[in-house]
Design a protein around this ligand. Structure first.
Ligand SMILES: [Zn+2]
Length: 285
């Protein structure tokens, strides 16, 4: 069997894991919403996979999952429905503003948005500060794309129409189940994905070529979050496929990186920086 046959329409074999995670989330949503299976044991994987789905969306807008544009377009619509948020909606805020102006004034997820004296308060409120900033400076990307990128414009409109219609149908059919089994994981996932920016960039050196980001190097966290722990490598090579990030980290990043910016455990990093406030340089208001 040739490599092409094994991969099918995928560009990278590693994305079989991507498809497994999304199928798992789709199944969990369907089982619970249709009341075919419910219980606390299903909530944890649903919340976790809702976060993973947003990580997948992030990976996909940097490096398309499939070879053919039509497959990518269908995949983006599936991602939009699974996360209740249009996939193209992150292109300006993330790819353009965060990657193009990391932690500068134009970046909606810059760490300076929160300046409480307690770093746990910063962690808890960062999402709300970032969303408020996004709404204050809402980019007019749709208008721009209409003339400059007509294919993306059509895709963005299709995603919005389908996502919002799907949401209205879900609510009309069973608003209680939609609120309980879908809205909770969707909002939690958005909170995590925005808040993780604080962990990845707080107290980093944005003038440095490598020390602009904090990395999570644990195996389990990277297996689950598709190597998104290797954040320096991702910022240095944003279009590199996620499966190549550990090698880039090892060969290019690690020899030059400040070792304190390598964190083996997510929970330990959260505990030290945000709960006990150790290693945090403090609010610089
Ligand atoms: Zn990115």
């Amino acid at each position: 069997m040739s490599v092409g046959t094994i991969l099918g329409p995928l560009r990278y074999r590693a994305d079989l894991r991507t498809l497994m995670f999304l199928s798992g989330l789709n199944t969990l949503f369907a089982l619970q919403w249709l009341n075919m299976a419910r219980g606390c044991h299903l909530l944890l994987p649903t919340y976790l996979l809702a976060v993973v789905a947003l990580v997948i969306k992030h990976n996909h807008v940097h490096s398309p999952t499939f070879r053919a544009p039509s497959w990518n377009s269908g995949f983006e619509i599936w991602l939009s429905l699974l996360t209740a948020h249009p996939t193209s909606g992150i292109i300006t805020s993330h790819n353009v503003l965060h990657h193009g102006n990391n932690n500068a004034e134009a970046d909606f997820v810059r760490c300076s948005l929160v300046r409480y004296r307690n770093n746990l308060a910063n962690l808890m409120t960062f999402f709300f500060a970032s969303v408020a900033e996004m709404y204050r400076n809402k980019p007019s990307d749709l208008e721009e794309w209409r003339s400059s990128r007509p294919a993306l414009y059509r895709q963005a409109i299709a995603e919005r129409v389908l996502t919002y219609s799907f949401l209205v149908i879900l609510v009309l059919l069973d608003w209680r189940s939609t609120l309980k089994y879908c809205a909770g994981p969707w909002l939690f996932a958005q909170w995590v994905l925005v808040t993780i920016n604080l962990l990845q960039h707080q107290d980093c050196d944005f003038r440095s070529e490598v020390d602009h980001s904090r990395n999570l190097t644990g195996r389990i966290v990277n297996w689950l979050l598709l190597n998104n722990g290797y954040h320096t490598a991702h910022h240095m090579f944003p279009s590199a496929h996620w499966s190549t990030l550990p090698l880039i980290h090892e060969r290019v990043v690690e020899p030059r990186l400040d070792p304190s910016l390598n964190e083996p455990f997510l929970w330990l990093c959260v505990w030290r920086r945000f709960i006990v406030g150790k290693d945090w340089q403090g609010a610089r208001a």
